[in-house]
Design a protein around this ligand. Structure first.
Ligand code: NI
Length: 279
């Protein structure tokens, strides 16, 4: 699938510790070779991965993966683009699963809003987003928020809610103004491979990555999507969180090791992983 040699040569400068806060490990592209995927992640300094569900079925699988692997934690929810295809009762089953309060189920999501894909009517996405936010608050779990082409909708929706909101705007592609609003709400902000792309229109994202306070920053892969440069266009995997971390550390003028320790400690605190981690 990927060449581990070329990968290692590109990430030799990083030895972690890193937490990939967003990976779709139940996706066939990762699940089929999961033990090698996790080996490569460990080699790259990754100490934990949050496996994020996108449907009821996928959430069940992420919970199973978290039961089977010490380094995997689960987030459960129904992705905005999967709401329309969900079966009657799927949301109730997600709620039931969340209320089991399994110790390695550490977040609610992936939820959010998406105006790019047209899979789900927007009003249905909004209703589902509200339900996820309510559930996260009820269980005092962080919420993982997806936002594509609708930052204003997200901000408006969150503005109406009680603060602080514990959670993450994941795979952030906005600018510093938008980041500041989300930070004011109480959210953390997580960066994926886009931070490494050369595109001019991502310069404002890079400015945000420099200005966001270090204690509110997270990194992720969103694998199997969004492979960082120079792997862009190929199937992504948790090991490559190191590439994104190295790039943002460079942008901020930080030693990669300091950046890794800081973002990993943010993730440990937000997801309350301390009892699982021995360092
Ligand atoms: Ni995702």
């Amino acid at each position: 699938m990927t060449s581990s040699n070329s990968f290692n040569s590109n990430t030799a400068a990083i030895d972690g510790p890193l937490i990939d806060t967003h990976a779709h490990l139940d996706d066939r592209r990762l699940a089929d070779g999961l033990s090698s995927v996790l080996d490569r992640a460990r080699d790259a300094g990754v100490v934990a991965v949050v496996a994020v569900g996108v449907s009821h079925e996928s959430s069940v699988r992420t919970v199973e993966l978290s039961d089977q692997n010490a380094m995997i934690f689960a987030a459960i929810g129904i992705h905005p683009n999967h709401i329309a295809e969900a079966e009657l009762g799927d949301w109730d089953r997600v709620v039931e699963l969340a209320r089991e309060r399994r110790p390695k189920t550490v977040a609610i999501g992936e939820t959010g809003l998406d105006r790019y894909w047209k899979n789900t009517p927007f009003a249905d996405q909004e209703a589902a987003f509200d339900r996820h936010l309510d559930l996260a608050r009820e269980l005092d779990l962080p919420v993982i928020i997806h936002c594509r082409d609708c930052m204003k909708d997200i901000v408006d929706r969150l503005a109406a809610r009680a603060k602080p909101i514990r959670g993450i705007l994941h795979s952030f592609t906005g600018n510093w103004e938008e980041a500041r609003t989300l930070l004011d709400f109480g959210l953390h902000i997580s960066f994926a491979g886009q931070a490494t792309f050369a595109n001019k229109n991502l310069d404002s994202l890079r400015d945000a990555a420099i200005l966001i306070p270090l204690d509110r920053l997270l990194v992720e892969t969103d694998s199997p999507y969004l492979s960082p440069h120079p792997f862009r266009g190929r199937s992504n995997e948790p090991a490559r969180v190191a590439v994104t971390a190295a790039r943002i550390a460079e942008l901020r003028g930080m030693k990669p090791v300091d950046f890794c320790h800081a973002t990993t400690s943010n993730a440990r605190e937000l997801f309350r992983l301390d009892s699982f981690m021995k360092f």
